[in-house]
Ligand binder design. Sequence first.
Ligand SMILES: *Cc1c(COP(=O)(O)O)cnc(C)c1O
Length: 488
Amino acid sequence: MTDLSPRSRSVLDRLRALQSDDLPTHGGRTLAYVYDSGLAEADEVGRRASAAFAATNGLDPTAFPSMLQMENELVGFAADLLGAPAGAVGSITSGGTESVLLAVQAARDARPEVTRPRMVVPSTIHAAFLKAAHYFGVEAVVVEVGDNFRAVPEAMAAAVDAAPDDTVLVAVSAPSYAHGVVDPVPPIAAHAAERGIRCHVDACIGGWVLPYAARLGRQVPPWTFAVEGVTSISVDLHKYGYTPKGASILLHRSPAHRRPQYFAHADWPGYTMLNSTLQSTKSGAPLAAAWAVVRTIGDEGYLELTRQVLDGVDALVEGIAAIDGLSLLARPDSTLVTFTTDASCDVFSISDEMSAAGWFVQPQMRFGDTPANIHLSLSAATAPLVPEFLTALEKAVDAARSAGPIVVDEGVAAVIAALDPATLGDEDFDGLLAAAGLISDGPAGDGLALPQRMGEVNAMLDLAAPRLREALLIAFLDRLQRPVRRTT
Ligand SMILES: *Cc1c(COP(=O)(O)O)cnc(C)c1O
């Protein structure tokens, strides 16, 4: 690096300075968004592979056969892991959302005769399915889960049977993001199969953990292709494959199941477009990095990482249960732990206290009868830090207790309750965002004024009905995303 010009060095210095405001991606103290194996060498291999393939274009596998080879090897690895039959196929995508979008799109387009396609999902399904419904004009029929947060087979079946001919897909989770539990896949998949309906298992976050958990002798409910009727599975490499961001896999039981996912267009003057996924020009970096990391860690490595992380989960579950005032929402089936508090304190204060102590935990807002809670995605790198985490958590709970639960001003709460987002204009949103402390009144472009403590803001957002919360956050993002111009 010594041969870089002063200008290039200062560019890189600026990048490092920008990055220093981000959450740490490594070190095990960020318990959402990032997944850290703790294996420095695997990370280094991933970085080098990523750099070597950043300019490679996955658009055309005949021009860049390396991409095809790496994809086929990774999909094969996943197919073996997930009990896929001999004919199974798959695609590498940019992430869980793209895998889910394609599963829904393929299910819709496999049934072109259906004019009003619908899909049946439990209320705990990942928001990516609702995004897919929105993008692709598929009605999402959302079914309440049981009090253990798992899909209820009878209720799912009834929702399917309300319009079986229009139902193009049934989807379930292994496990769900919000509560970390695996849905009862066999009865749901069997019911769909009897009616010739596709069944997708969203294992984006658990697909690289649960098979190893089973091999370690843990109780894992059946959910893979070994279950009759499961037609596709999504599994993210950039979560528990511990690979750099931008890689997921969508597996189909057969080439016929994948076929409608493909898009070709020859009827224009340019090259004949032929795409297996949403992207066309597609960086080789995420695929090469994923391939290299999976090869470096290997089957035995993942088994060991899973052993470590699940031991960490056990310790975490036990530790949280022992802290006065905290309770788990569910006993985790995998690596995701969710807990809430009694009335003596507030999860949003706890989350602020943890941030101040150098730990990132993810607040989840109230939903139905479930109170606001805290989500933890445990990484292998966090496992050895669990005792330290629990000490910090206990202190955070003490501090939150002393402060007492956050009370939103009654007048503000009344305003939030009365607001209909559909009737609000841009100026109303400016006022609301400023009142919530989410933007400053300065000129557009320097609007990011996030308070150090998010507790009050979160408590207010928690009171807002989902539609209002969506509208407020969209307005917020819009204010953040303003270009930095050299002119004007
Ligand atoms: C993360 C996740 C997704 C979406 O994946 P992205 O990689 O964030 O696009 C979908 N389903 C589940 C269960 C997830 O945990």
